[in-house]
Design a protein around this ligand. Structure first.
Ligand code: GCU
Length: 122
């Protein structure tokens, strides 16, 4: 896959922590967001125009975890991250959005977000 990667462990984390206890992540770890509405990871990116934002994640539970996607503070879309079967099984989910410089993934359920490995701007 082509594009520019932004590791979640480099993002600004609101209510969460960088961890590395579930294998299969890229970079040096992943972000485990707290299981609350509003837990978030904000990535600083470069580039403009309508682009594909791909999120690499794991969800070892049986329930999808929805998040809003904010670009420069404005809700640009939403993603519902399905179960991946295990916390060590990572998948990707994408959406298209008009880029700015800040992409923020915000948990919208009390389960919080999935574990986040990275985003790729394609
Ligand atoms: C487990 C798992 C974490 C995950 C958490 C969750 O504790 O080890 O990596 O973030 O569940 O439900 O969010």
């Amino acid at each position: 896959a082509s594009g520019t990667d932004y590791q979640a462990e480099d993002a600004v984390i609101t209510q969460g922590a960088v961890e590395s206890n579930h294998a299969g992540f890229t970079g040096t770890g992943f972000v485990n967001l707290d299981n609350v509405v509003g837990s978030a990871a904000e990535f600083t990116v470069t580039g403009g125009g309508t682009r594909t934002i791909t999120v690499r994640f794991a969800n070892g539970t049986a329930v999808a975890r929805p998040m809003d996607v904010l670009v420069d503070g404005v809700r640009a879309g939403a993603l519902s991250f399905p179960p991946t079967g295990a916390w060590t099984t990572w998948q990707t989910l994408s959406l298209q959005a008009q880029l700015g410089t800040k992409i923020k993934l915000v948990s919208t359920s009390a389960d919080g977000g999935p574990n986040l490995d990275k985003i790729t701007i394609g």
